[in-house]
Each structure stands twice: as structure tokens, then as C-alpha cells.
Ligand binder design. Structure first.
Ligand code: SF4
Ligand code: MSK
Length: 656
């Protein structure tokens, strides 16, 4: 049974342990709680107390007369509003930390990337010279305006290609302020307000854009300023990164603020010595979900797994403390932690879980709080009982910020996107796909993520990955250069020349904004059209589950991309809504949103979309193996020649 719930051997092993011990996990609960098909398809309205109205069978309108299109669009819109809020509130927290750090009220924080601070200041119209802290204060205050602005536009919209900006303005979907767009969408979807599917979905795009080009982009930039802009880093992933002889602390959630301090505290000589006193060899940090991605990108801290690994990590019996802040944290953790010695610690003033210990994070005492938590974990080490750490882990390379992607294509003096664009134009790289998003307990863990990645790279599509999809791919080696055998010859040649894996880890959920920046840079480099909608690029969310994933998908669409989601459709009940997303949106914003649970069909659609864009750009038809023969494939042939007959100057054997 374990095999049908997860592709991951580590998960399978622990699911068997859980079964023997009678423990409930999301994997089992997903089988018991079959989703309500009416709600799942978007057809259940509970916007008021005359309902809930379930629009199925002969019921074609709710008590108020709301039609299926309205109900389904409203439900989708509210999910996007939820997702955009989560990302943007995270972004706002980061700005508040920057402000506190600038004013000297955030213990342990500094401005790690001053160069990025100055670039962003200039972009925001602030004089970028002078001491860093006063400048950081100005930047933080200016960025905060983007949340509460009532009119005008959020600042980072100007980063988009000019044609895209014009289009947003013409359509009236250029977001004003993050909070304003979310509040307006919640208002419009209240009973008896906006009652035309297409109109509701237009404001949904505006709200999602406020997330992608606003809250999320701000979150990413400010994290880089405070904690450093990521560059490539080697690490490993899966539950095997937990250590039997060390104090294991797992950090889970999304905001990197406290996690950064815990990284420092776990290396504090006093605490390491304390751990040794307690019989441990040291202190080992690991991550889950997007906090994992944040500290992986900047410190190489190993992710113990993606979303569905959170309960399993505790079930290893080897986790002294699991620290959680916000988003994607299962309440079920408290029950599992109860059966083991693990301390579950909530840290955000916004989130408590019954049964967990709450130690609230305060910036003024951040480092002291981190040390206190690490000490508590160390104190808990002697309480360990039986330990089941699956010996499963894979190597990975992460840390491909858009700045590094630019740098890696030419170095300090010739950094540009020319090599990537040229490779696409020549057909060495067929196109690019962003593979993003979650795990979902309703489908086999990691099956969709790995199938999509494997088929894309085999077809010479370069993959950029974020969130739990990035960790999902990493668990099976797709983020390590050793995966070459599974990569199409053309793509392989380019990746080998640049020295990168075929799947580039670009960070956490908010870091999908890095993908928007990369797409803009590709447009600006030239040769691939003059808008994001011209690029042979697709977005794919194979195992989505969260509202944030829908917000991400929608802002990619509103930015011009064709986006495919796996699992199931939350709008399938309404043909009208499906038509808006797949027929109207391509005409207005140049992107489309489709839900395709069949992974073979999903990949077919993605490749065909990439080829259509290539065709529209007048690029040569993509041909597999066309270039690989001139490079790495010949090299592989050369390797088959006995060493004594190899020539250094020719790929042919030396004649006897
Ligand atoms: Fe029913 Fe209309 Fe109320 Fe929705 S808003 S629950 S459709 S009466
Ligand atoms: S954590 S939103 S499960 S990607 Fe960002 Fe993973 Fe999805 Fe949460």
C-alpha cells in the first residue's frame, strides 16, 4: 500500500512504520476523506446563510439566482486571494524585518547584500549612495507603500517587458496596491456583487499580479538583501539527511527570518559543546517545504523533504525539535509529535497549533530566541526512543538566483542571457519550463513531479524549479549533474558547457518571482519576441494543493504564459469558466490556464505549446539529437575507445 501513496522509498519505509504503530498521516487520511466532488469541481457556494447551494443536477442556480459560472469563478477567485495574501503577507514581514534591521531593532540581522540594496534603491527612484542602513530604511518604507497604495501601480511592474506593461494598463489589470487588490476581490466575490465570471476572473488576475510582481517579488528581493543573494551550493535531500548521533532540528514553513538565526545558533560553539555534553556529536539542521528552500539556497542546509514529508520526519523518532512558522504546516503534526519525543514549536505571532509549544518570534531578540530553541532541542536529545531514519538521500545543486543565471552565462564582464536565447533559437534548447508547486496527498507523492521533469529534460526542455516540486525532483537526483543519462543530447551539451544541471533550483514559492525576472531578461536579450507571451516557455504545477499555487499559476498566465496544473480542476463544473481560462485569456493576456490530471497528456500539451511558440517566432523546427552528435555524444563514443587508442585531437581512434 505504501507504494501507491508515494514514489519515495523513504516515505514508503516510514508509512510502513506508521501503519505498524497505528499512526495517522495525511497519506492515510486522504484515502479516508474522499473529496466532495461538488466542492472539488467548484460548484458549491457558501457565500451566505441561504446556502450552501450545491449547483448539481437540475439545480442550475443558487437561492440568490447565482449561476454556475459565477459560483465557480467566485470560488476560484477567493482561492487566489488567499494565496496572494499568504505570499504578500510574507513579503510584508520581510520588509518589516528590513526596516527593523535598518533602525537597529533586529538582533542578529545585517544587510548581507548591499549591492542588491543599492540596485533596488535606484530602481525605486531612491539615491543609491550613502551608508547602507539609512538607505535600507528608505527602501523598506518605499516598498511598504506597495502594500497600501490606493491608486497608481506597484513599483516592480516596471520590470516587465514594455509591451506587457502596456497590455496590463489597457486591460485595467495593472495592480495598484497589494492589499487593495485582495480586498477588492474579496468584496467583489461577496454575495450579490460581481456576477459575471469573466469580470470576476479579470480582478483575479489583477490580484495575482499584485502577488507575483508585488508581494512575492518584494519578499524575494528583501530576503536577498538581508540574507544574501543565492549562488550555487551543493547539498543533499531526503530523510536520510537526519543524523542518528546528532541533535536534529527541522525548520518548516516559509519565512526565512527566524530560520536564519537558527542556522547561526546551531553553529554557536557554546551550544555545540552543550550538545556534546548531552551525548550528541553535534547539531544537525534540516528543512521541510519552503523554509527548507530558503536555507538550502543560502547555507546548503539539507531539506529533509517536501510537503508530504513533514509528518514522516517526526516519525523517524530522530527529530528533537520541529520549528514551524507559517503556511503548509499540517495540524496533524501535533498528534504525530505526541507519539514521539519531538518538540513541535510554533513561532509566528500569526499561527498557533493546539498541543504545540509557542515561542513567539520577536525581531528585537531574534538571536536569543533562536538560541533558546536550539538549547531546548539539545535538552530533548536524551529523551529519544527508537529511531527509524531511512537511509535514503540524494545529492543536489541549488541556488540559481536570476542574478546567478545571468552571471553563469558569461561571467562578471559578459554576463547576459545571450547564450540561453541563442541555444533556444538554434534548437539546442527546445524551450523552458517552470516546474513548481506542492505535493498533494490525493495523488502519489512525487510521481507527477518526476514524470514531468524526466519527460521534459529528455525532450531538451530546460527546467527551472521552485518550492516542493524542486525538492521533489532533487530527491530522485534530477538536480544533480549526474543525471546526464536522462537528458536529451542537445540540452545536455548546453548544460555541460555552462556547467549546470538540467533542472535549476530557483528557490521557494515566493521565488517564483525570480522566474518572472528571468523571463523578462530573456525577452530583453532579444531574438525571442518582445513579450513573455512570445517565449517558448510553459509553467507546470504537477501536484498542486495550495491556494498559493493557484495564485502563482494565475500571475504566470496574466504575465503571458501557458500554464498547466495536474491533480484535478477546481473549475471543472463550469464550462463558462473553463472557456474564459482557455479561450478568452489567450486572446486578452496571451496566456492560458488548464487543468490536466493525465501526466502524459499534460506533457504532450506542454511540448506542443513550446513548439507552437517556436513556430510563431519563425525558429527552426526542433529536432532531437541534432546538436548532441556534434558534442557530448561524440565524446561518449570517444570514451568507448580503449585508452591506448584515444587521440587528444580527434574523436577517431588512433590507427595502430
Ligand atoms: Fe447560495 Fe447565492 Fe448564498 Fe451562494 S450567495 S450560498 S449561491 S444564496
Ligand atoms: S511549501 S505552497 S506545499 S510548494 Fe512553499 Fe510546498 Fe506548495 Fe507549500
Amino acid at each position: 500500500m505504501a507504494e501507491v501513496r508515494s514514489k519515495d522509498p523513504a516515505a514508503q519505509e516510514l508509512l510502513r512504520v506508521g501503519q505498524e504503530r497505528g499512526l495517522s498521516t495525511a497519506f492515510f487520511r486522504a484515502e479516508e476523506i474522499k473529496p466532495c466532488p461538488i466542492g472539488a469541481s467548484g460548484a458549491c457556494c457558501r457565500m451566505c446563510a441561504m446556502g450552501p447551494c450545491r449547483l448539481v443536477g437540475r439545480t442550475t442556480a443558487g437561492v440568490c439566482g447565482a449561476t454556475l459560472g459565477t459560483v465557480v469563478a467566485r470560488n476560484f477567485a477567493r482561492m487566489v486571494a488567499g494565496g496572494a495574501s499568504a505570499h504578500s503577507d510574507h513579503g510584508r514581514s520581510m520588509v518589516m524585518t528590513l526596516l527593523a534591521a535598518a533602525r537597529g531593532g533586529a538582533q542578529g540581522y545585517e544587510i548581507k547584500d548591499e549591492a542588491k540594496l543599492r540596485v533596488i534603491a535606484a530602481e525605486l527612484g531612491i539615491e543609491p549612495s550613502g551608508p547602507a542602513k539609512p538607505l535600507a530604511e528608505k527602501v523598506a518604507l518605499r516598498l511598504l507603500e506597495d502594500f497600501g497604495r490606493q491608486a497608481g501601480e506597484i513599483a516592480y511592474l516596471k520590470r516587465a517587458p514594455a509591451r506587457r506593461q502596456r497590455l496590463w494598463r489597457e486591460l485595467g489589470i495593472a495592480p495598484r496596491g497589494v492589499d487593495r487588490e485582495v480586498v477588492e476581490l474579496m468584496h467583489r466575490t461577496h454575495t450579490g456583487v460581481d456576477q459575471e465570471a469573466s469580470h470576476i476572473l479579470k480582478q483575479t488576475m489583477r490580484t495575482a499580479l499584485a502577488d507575483g510582481w508585488g508581494g512575492s517579488m518584494i519578499g524575494t528581493d528583501v530576503s536577498d538583501i538581508l540574507f544574501g543573494t543565492p549562488g550555487p551550493v551543493a547539498s543533499a535531500t531526503n530523510l536520510g539527511v537526519l543524523k542518528e548521533d546528532e541533535v536534529n532540528i527541522v525548520i518548516h514553513g516559509h519565512e526565512p527570518t527566524l530560520a536564519e538565526m537558527v542556522v547561526l545558533a546551531s553553529q554557536d560553539p557554546e551550544l555545540v559543546a552543550y550538545a556534546k555534553e548531552k551525548g550528541a556529536k553535534g547539531i544537525n539542521l534540516a528543512g521541510i517545504c519552503c523554509t527548507a528552500n530558503e536555507v538550502l539556497m543560502r547555507h546548503g542546509v539539507a531539506p529533509a523533504g517536501n510537503f508530504l514529508h513533514q509528518e514522516l520526519a517526526i516519525m523517524t523518532g530522530a527529530v528533537e525539535a520541529m520549528l514551524v512558522d507559517v503556511q503548509c504546516i499540517m495540524e496533524g503534526l501535533a498528534t504525530i509529535a505526541d507519539s514521539f519525543h519531538t518538540l513541535l514549536i510554533t513561532t509566528s505571532p500569526k499561527a498557533k497549533i493546539r498541543g504545540a509549544t509557542h515561542i513567539e518570534f520577536e525581531e528585537e531578540h531574534a538571536y536569543d530566541i533562536a538560541k533558546r530553541i536550539v538549547r531546548m532541542a539539545v535538552d530533548n536529545f536524551p529523551n529519544r526512543r527508537e529511531v527509524y531514519i531511512p537511509q535514503v538521500q540524494e545529492g543536489l545543486i541549488a541556488g540559481f538566483s536570476h542574478e546567478y543565471v545571468n552571471y553563469m552565462q558569461g561571467g562578471t564582464f559578459r554576463a547576459s542571457f545571450r547564450p540561453l536565447n541563442d541555444a533556444i533559437m538554434q534548437g539546442r534548447i527546445r524551450g523552458v519550463a517552470g516546474v513548481v508547486g506542492c505535493n498533494n496527498a490525493c495523488v502519489v507523492q512525487d510521481f507527477g513531479i518526476t514524470k514531468v521533469i524526466e519527460d521534459l529534460i529528455a525532450n531538451d526542455v530546460l527546467v527551472v524549479a521552485t518550492g516542493c516540486a524542486a525538492i521533489g525532483g532533487a530527491k530522485y537526483g534530477y538536480l544533480a549533474p549526474e543525471i546526464w543519462d536522462k537528458v536529451g543530447d542537445n540540452l545536455r551539451e548546453v548544460c555541460e558547457a555552462v556547467g549546470v544541471p538540467p533542472v535549476l533550483h530557483m528557490g521557494s514559492c515566493v521565488d517564483n518571482s525570480r522566474i518572472l525576472t528571468v523571463l523578462t531578461q530573456m525577452v530583453e536579450e532579444g531574438g525571442l519576441g518582445d513579450d513573455i507571451s512570445d517565449l517558448p516557455v510553459v509553467g507546470i504545477c504537477p501536484e498542486w494543493m495550495s491556494e498559493k499555487a493557484l495564485s502563482i499559476g494565475t500571475y504566470f498566465v496574466a504575465s503571458g504564459l501557458y500554464v498547466l496544473f495536474g491533480v484535478r480542476s477546481p473549475v471543472s463544473a463550469s464550462e463558462e469558466v473553463v472557456e474564459v481560462m482557455t479561450e478568452e485569456w489567450p486572446k486578452t493576456v496571451g496566456g492560458a490556464l488548464e487543468f490536466e490530471p493525465d501526466y502524459d497528456r499534460l506533457i504532450g500539451k506542454a511540448l506542443s505549446q513550446i513548439d507552437q511558440k517556436r513556430d510563431a517566432l519563425g525558429l527552426e523546427e526542433y529536432r532531437p539529437g541534432r546538436y548532441g552528435a556534434s558534442g557530448d555524444r561524440l565524446f561518449r563514443e570517444w570514451l568507448k575507445i580503449p585508452p591506448e587508442k584515444r587521440s587528444l585531437y580527434s574523436r577517431k581512434p588512433v590507427e595502430a
